[in-house]
Ligand binder design. Structure first.
Ligand SMILES: Nc1ncnc2c1ncn2[C@@H]1O[C@H](COP(=O)(O)OP(=O)(O)OP(=O)(O)O)[C@@H](O)[C@H]1O
Length: 513
């Protein structure tokens, strides 16, 4: 293998080695830095939708970088197309009219910039910039070597763009799905299980705040149902016929946040094919739900604060603010107050958001809801999976589900039910993969305190009682002091009842469990 082949192989492995473009760029940067002088590696796309050059990501060492988004002046996109950049070149602003025009904003002067045009199936989609401080740092030899970067980086760039596109469509489809679900299944509050038990206080707050226009902050662990509560607020509010737009602040690529949230202007730059409304504008007349608000980068927090204060947005490339009539609901599983103390969340934004906080409790603090939630998901998921008659749930299984701690909360329960239904081969559902979080957990939780919170049918009461006795007998079924003797029934009768009730026990006759 020649040195050149080795170089190409190594760089390809690095740039295509991770799904995270940031990580791949960093890895490529470290390698390239060993070969020649390099202070920044910048991957950018020519974004026709925005009419701008957009930085996808970079790896660098304390050097000034151009802004993330560089709007292109009138006619520039056509000039770039006509110029037909194909081979790597060292930027010379005297000779290149296009880059000369962009030089001040690109911070080219005083530095050496080598650009590798990136093409997919012949079409120019973006480029890679290698940057070193000082002039005249790169020579012909390096220019030739840089040719090996074009293909692997073009593939990495195309993959990243495809991924961004998928995320965009995913968000739009989710909005549509929510809307259609509501049309199909009626009111959002209908599907909330535990509204009169474990979520009683939460639902009381929902009823109080829904008619007002106040900003609401929903707090709670992941999977507790925060989005569902936001949905319920919107659909019980006077805005219910308006849009309900969800933004997952943690899922937006950092360099797209502005155009996604605030949109961009048509004709603001030539090539901005169509104007694009941001999520705030799409939420006009309705509610915007900012999920995972704690993940929003600090600079985006500033712009969000401005929108909340002024109730108007400014599109990227726009000249006038556009008023928006929105209600804001935010949610997070993080402790925003400690993020404020650590300097990772703006205090002024925290004050704006936290006027009406609603805390959704984790499932382990409302175990009385577990049986109803389980039955609900068995019914709903059976319907989704095309199972005509939903299977019953073994009473002993419900009890075990209540003893479990549910770190993933309702979402974990929902997923578990789905898995159980898919693997189900007849009979009652036993949920035998779930074991109580801690064996020493007091049985009184189910048998005592919580018993009154949901009505036990005869089988369920039997399951609770037999499990208690089995524990007393330390899992022993046969012989003196065994559970069968304590219950006054034949051991084989007890075994078949344990099977029927879905209570787990040691099969070995003489071993205590
Ligand atoms: N009380 C409930 N009744 C019925 N379904 C529920 C209930 N709580 C949660 N769910 C369902 O559980 C799943 C997770 O809920 P949701 O997405 O609202 O949680 P979340 O707290 O927003 O999660 P994350 O913090 O991960 O965004 C959803 O499918 C939701 O419909």
């Amino acid at each position: 293998m020649t040195g050149r082949d080795e170089f190409t192989r190594e760089i390809t492995l690095r740039i295509c080695g991770s799904l995270e473009i940031k990580e791949s760029l960093r890895s490529a940067f470290e390698y390239l830095k060993e070969q020649f002088r390099l202070e920044a590696l910048v991957l950018f796309v020519i974004d026709e939708r925005l009419g701008a050059v957009r930085r996808i990501d970079h790896a660098s060492e304390n050097v000034a970088l151009p802004p993330q988004l560089i709007p292109l002046p009138e006619g520039m996109l056509q000039k770039i197309a006509a110029r037909n950049y194909s081979e790597p070149f060292i930027v010379d602003i005297e000779k290149d009219e296009i880059l000369g025009a962009l030089a001040p904003v690109l911070k080219i002067e005083g530095n050496t910039h080598l650009i590798v045009p990136l093409r997919i199936r012949g079409e120019l989609i973006g480029g890679l910039t290698l940057q070193a401080s000082g002039e005249g740092r790169y020579g012909e030899e390096l220019l030739e070597l840089a040719g090996c970067l074009a293909e692997p980086f073009a593939i990495a760039l195309a993959n990243t763009l495809a991924h961004e596109e998928v995320l965009r469509y995913q968000a739009i489809l989710l909005d549509d799905k929510r809307f259609l679900n509501r049309e199909l299944y009626g009111d959002a509050a209908d599907g909330i299980i535990g509204g009169n038990t474990g979520l009683r206080n939460v639902m009381e707050m929902v009823r109080q705040v829904a008619p007002l226009n106040s900003t609401v902050l929903i707090l709670g662990e992941t999977g507790t149902g925060k989005e569902m509560i936001a949905n319920a607020i919107h659909f019980s509010s006077p805005r219910k016929n308006g849009p309900f737009i969800t933004v997952n602040c943690g899922a937006l690529p950092e360099n797209l946040i502005d155009s996604e949230l605030f949109g961009h202007e048509r004709g603001a730059f030539t090539g901005a094919v169509a104007e694009s409304r941001g999520r705030f504008e799409r939420a006009d007349g309705g509610t915007i739900f900012l999920d995972e608000i704690g993940e929003l980068p600090l600079n985006a927090q500033v712009r969000l604060l401005r929108v909340l204060q002024n109730r108007e947005v400014e599109r990227v490339g726009g000249k006038r603010p556009i008023p928006v009539d929105i209600r804001v609901i935010a949610a997070t599983h993080r402790n925003l107050q400690s993020m404020v103390a650590e300097g990772n969340f703006r205090e002024d934004l925290w004050y704006r958001l936290s006027g009406f906080p609603i805390m959704v409790p984790p499932v382990r603090q409302r175990k009385e809801d577990v049986p109803a939630l389980t039955r609900y998901f068995v019914a709903v998921r059976s319907r989704d999976l095309g199972i005509g008659v939903p299977p019953s749930i073994a009473p002993g299984a419900l009890q075990r589900l209540m003893e479990y701690d549910w770190p993933g909360n309702v979402r974990e329960l929902e997923n578990l039910v789905e898995r159980e239904l898919i693997l189900h081969r007849g009979g009652a559902l036993t949920f035998s993969t779930i074991l109580p979080s801690s064996e020493q957990k007091d049985m009184s939780l189910v048998a005592g305190n919580n018993r009154s919170l949901y009505p036990l049918n005869l089988d369920e009461a039997n399951a609770v009682h037999i499990t208690e006795v089995l524990k007393l007998a330390k899992g022993k079924i046969d012989g003196p002091g065994g559970a069968a003797e304590l219950l006054g029934i034949n051991p084989s009768t007890l075994r078949s009842r344990l099977d029927k009730l879905g209570i787990l026990y040691r099969r070995n006759r003489n071993v205590a469990g």
